[in-house]
Design a protein around this ligand. Sequence first.
Ligand code: 9PG
Length: 782
Amino acid sequence: MAEPAASGLGRNGPWLQNRWLRVETRQDDGSISPVALDGAFRPAERALAWIEVDGEPPLRFERTDYDVQPHEDALGKGRRLALTSAIGRRGVRLRREVVLHDGHPYCLTRVAVTNERRDPLQVRALHVFSTPDEPRGRLRLQAKPADLRVWRNGWQSWAPTMSFGGAQLDAQSAPPVLSPEPPHGEPGRFASDDVGVLFDPAAGRSLLAGCVTACDLLTQVFVDAPGRLIDARCLADGVGVAPGETLWSEWVAIDLAGGPTEQLEHYGDALGRMMGARVPASTPAGWCSWYYFFTGVTEDDVVRNLRFLEGHRRELPVQTVQIDDGYQADIGDWLTVNEKFPRGMGWLASEIKRAGYTPGLWLAPFLLAESSRTYAEHAEWAVKGDDGTPALAIFGWERRNFGLDGSHPEARAWLQRLFREVCDGWGYGYVKLDFLFGAAIAGRRHDPHTTRIRAYRDALAVVRDTVGPERFILGCGSLMAPSVGMFDGNRIGPDVAPFWRKLTHEERQQPHPRPRLVEDEMGAEVAIRNTLQRSWMHGRLWANDPDCLLVRTDRTKLTLEETRTLATAIGLSAGMMLASDDLDQVPADRLDIISMLLPPLPRAATPVDLIERDVPEHYELVDGRVFDPLRLVGLFNFDYHDETRDLALALPPGRWHAFELWGEQYLGVVEGSVTFASVEAHGCRLIALRPDDGRPRVVGTTAHIGAGILDITGQRWDGDARRLTVEIASAGKRRRRVYVTTAGLRVRRALLDGSPIEVASRGNVVVCEFDADGERRLEMAF
Ligand code: 9PG
């Protein structure tokens, strides 16, 4: 048990302290100064809270009263400190709270404004943790601004999530699709949604700020590297606070302990717990129509692929067959099916179910196309701009599409009727809800007191209630923190494509030719970037959907190396495995790549260099099972200039058996580091490291991307009998090879399920090849 958080009164105000953090406060201005006790890291001095209001100067704390109380929430027990300031002349009362839990390294803080006037107060933003723009308020960091690193999160699935250097330009994402606001045009100024991390490489220290609740307001973390400022703020969309009412910000976590990866993992745990995340017990796999057939998909395409899956249950053990965009009459007219699906969506769902799969259907329920019947009949359900006309959510399918107003009761009732029909009428057990940001765009809504996030969640809550807790909801084009608790799975990156990239690294750094649209941000590279950068979300907020695996050899520009890289990123992410090829046309050796990702791994790998690089190159999963401790490393060449490069992997202390999966090569016992010479651009190596204990043991398997995590279920070495026993499960490919180090001994006999099996000797290892359709036992006597 952690020692309880303590509190006391200092010279300037009360403080809180636990094992990791001390938070000092000042009664004169309501500011807080958090200090990490390990190394006395104190980057932010007198971080303020203040309120931005329409048409008048900011509301700031003055002399405050305080009180300290025991506190308990979804994160456990702790202490809560409150600072209150009655600003009589402005007719408001401000309150700031700081919570320190007994068992967490971060503190939480939030701010509120109470309207004590006779008129409503129009609030723009609540600044929760805002370093003052004056010399003593600037962040105390050791590195020069240009050397600082900033990790920024995109506001929805497709938005760039990556690290930047302090002199770089932020992602130039155009609102409202890829960003809630226009991008900053000056280098070193970054706007991160929900959560941001600032890393000081000179000090080796890191500061995370991020919202752990997201039910009402949009939280942004703004970092100014040259100005050495940070500002975590909640956008209140100018909603009116009625006389006598109080508006709270979201809870924002401030973490100074550990490195960026650890901080993001702790943050994900906190957000998931505060928001009641739904994490499926096992991560589903399936087939999706989109990336081969696009909007041209027909009933026959789906049925042919369904038959293929039925005929290849051993190779492709997936649960879901998901029909994507292309069946509907128009965006908004979901229940009117086009001529490409002559037998209707109910028939197709039954056919999929009859074959033993869960039928899945794509909808963009928060968009209304200007050409749709639903919009023609209910223009009042669209979010409006300031001029009162419908606000554009996205131009797509060659027409304007407006956002659905989740605050409109009739629009919500329509959602309920729609999903009743899709789930109970047609029989779909899985829905992919796409373009969901449409309900969260800025604008005027039917209920003027509803924020965009509240409207978004109210609409989602109707869908979740109607769909029920048993069916699977996959979010897409969806907000991140505000969706937690609603989805089972969520897309965490832009669209994969059968090509590597559209924009070069240099083009992506430039503000020109224009702010970036979704179609600029498609391709395998950017999909992989988000998959790695958002790995920490998996299993904490939902099951990550890293987007589809494409392995085909027709209609693709991806090379075999790039395909393996995509497979490695998806596989190590442990996220959903959705194949999106025309399966009939896929050669057997490419189907093997899909098999190697089934089922998904139980846990996600960690991108070791997520703060150093925009696209991490070192993705690592440590599996500590005592009979087979394993360190699995995906090492990528994401060279910015597309050059062949040597990749070096530094090893933890000790002697390691190294096995490279894609090249199927045992590299012997290595120490210190291993180098892979001339790795192709966009290529990768997948290395399984196992400690060398001088005894015979498995050093490599070829069945599954986990290199043993799922396909080796037990291993015993009997020193007296000099016998090795290995338990094998069917995970992955049927045909596989198992590599065993002989530790200098000679194999006398090898048995598979009691029958002799041939072993080929290759220096210090022996190799057995066999099929596994169920559990198998391999025994070797030495
Ligand atoms: C269906 C697709 C797939 C895909 C989704 C989403 O702006 N655009 O041009 C744009 C095109 C496609 C797109 C997003 C934006 O992809 O991510 O998986 O379901 O919709 O239309």
